[in-house]
Design a protein around this ligand. Structure first.
Ligand code: GLN
Length: 223
């Protein structure tokens, strides 16, 4: 049984990133693997999950979620070996600080050497991130721009903006982060499977689903 915690959907559910948990569950089941998704509301303790999924949200809920995750001890869970998938606001929360309305800066969790500042314009639209020789497709909608310090980006942006117009997201140990909504794991089955492999600890048999056909069509349209 794989355990996945969906972090604060009432605060960080604006962009539908909770679908990442459903995509993981679906592709696990296609292989006969049970995957339990536990939604966690803010003010509740974090469950003992293998993966924490943190989605996108608006500035106010993002600040509240940051304080709650600090208090609930996400950093300790990560230090103990938990994986994290973070999208947009989730990405910004993991860094050292992020900008909020009025150009004020808010302390993040500091798990990753990244700082998010207020961008010159809001970035809204299709985005393609190249990860090695593969593509991640999705959409973005954010006002923040992220400057990476001593951390590797997830990939290079070939369409859209991502962190800074050049790179998207970051990978640090068991933490993966991206600006892509979609939900990104529903739109990009290969990345969903990569995360599943990490969680189960062995290779998985390939599956062909409608999501794979849609992914191919999106790559052709956006690539
Ligand atoms: N509030 C953040 C921003 O605008 C994150 C937005 C989001 O999660 N899509 O940059």
């Amino acid at each position: 049984m794989i355990s996945v915690a969906l972090v604060y959907p009432e605060l960080l559910g604006t962009y539908g990133d909770g679908g990442n948990a459903l995509a993981l569950q679906h592709r696990a089941r296609l292989r006969g693997i049970d995957l339990l998704v536990t939604p966690v509301r803010h003010s509740e303790p974090l469950p003992d999950a293998q993966l924490f999924i943190i989605g996108g949200g608006e500035d106010g809920p993002q600040r509240l979620a940051t304080d709650e995750l600090r208090r609930a001890g996400l950093a300790e869970r990560v230090a103990d070996g938990a994986h994290v998938l973070a999208v947009c606001a989730g990405l910004q929360i993991l860094g050292k600080s992020f900008a909020v309305a009025g150009d004020a800066s808010y302390d993040g969790l500091g798990l990753v050497d990244a700082v998010t500042v207020r961008g010159s314009e809001r970035r809204v639209g299709d985005i393609v991130t190249r990860v090695g020789n593969r593509m991640l497709v999705g959409f973005e909608n954010h006002g923040g721009e992220t400057r990476l310090g001593d951390v590797a980006p997830l990939g290079l942006v070939s369409k859209g903006f991502g962190n800074d117009g050049r790179t998207d997201g970051f990978v640090s140990g068991r933490i993966r982060a991206t600006y892509l909504h979609g939900p990104v794991l529903a739109q990009n089955p290969w990345w969903c499977d990569e995360i599943l492999v990490d969680l189960v600890g062995h290779e998985l048999e390939p599956v062909v689903s409608v999501a794979d056909a849609l992914y191919t069509a999106r790559c052709a349209a956006l690539g």
